[in-house]
Design a protein around this ligand. Sequence first.
Ligand code: IPM
Ligand code: MN
Length: 372
Amino acid sequence: MKLNIAVLPGDGIGPEVTAQAVKVLKAIAMEFNHVFTFEKALVGACAIDKMGSPLPEETISICENADAILFGAIGHTKYNNDTSSTIRPEQGLLGLRKTFDLYSNIRPVIAYNDLLHKSSLRMKQIKGTNILIYRELTGGIYFGDKNFNEDGNAAWDVCHYTRFEIERIAHKAFKAALSRKRKLTLVDKANVLASSKLWRKVVLELAIQYPDVELNCIYIDNAAMELIINPKQFDVILTENMFGDILSEEASVIVGSIGLLASASKGDKYVMFEPIHGAYTKAANKGIANPIASILSAAMLLDHFGLDEEAALVRTAVNKSLQLQITTPDLNTKYDHITTTKVGDFIEDFISNPNETNLNFTNIHIGQSTII
Ligand code: IPM
Ligand code: MN
């Protein structure tokens, strides 16, 4: 298969982790005789610095001409307390989502058996967790009217949704549930918010078309608690933009590190694959960023194009790295100095030589004779 992939590494740890995902995709192309081409473009704080815009025209046109976008991370701490700035790196990411109408953001949350002890939650509670979060990505409070009044002492953000916006992602979530445990949970705040009332009304109406899916509707505050008390009760979660942002980051606690959570952002025409974590400026260029979220986002890219065997091999390689503890310091306790690149190298090599023994891999990649 020929795929032209736009690579938008972005800021902070984005370039380091994205480089590992590209390396993995190249190894897959080699193994399976595909032709993947990669075209890099600027987005976020680095794009502001170099081009004066967080989402330059050139980046938009590279994405437009690509089959898929691989996104890294955006943001810079220098913007954190600068509330007067009208231009921010985040506009790059939000602009991409809006420009390409990437309305459905799919975030898998899977508790790996090898990492259960890394979570701050109890093992028996999280073992077996497998949730798919459908986060609406192009509407709601992120994109509604927002402003300050004249004297700057009042501000507002409007949370606006239309039936159309809710229906299109709800259909996707119902269909996803049909191919899984057939349970869908709508998370909203329909006891208070008008926009949530619309979500509940529309989703309850659609449920009639999916009699085989068990639909539950719960409030966001309750969902935030249930998610960490008993995550196994959830199969597919459907929710609006901001609730999905918060809930998915909370869900990373179940998995053990936010550095593991991948996502796919899909519209009807364009697709983008992005880790759920941010730029983590402090960790940039130290080799400590976990590349697995980016690598698993690349696996979701392969899924999207029906490259099932290829995606499965990437996941097997990732599982192997977790099992052998060839992981960055956010997860690793056994070996020191396993860098972002080393994790990427291990996964790349596993893809090229899936039948090598564990020991060989450990020795080659740790490169420490004391371990043998
Ligand atoms: C995410 C991020 C973004 C969001 C930020 C960087 C704008 O937190 O993808 O979850 O809020 O959507
Ligand atoms: Mn987030």
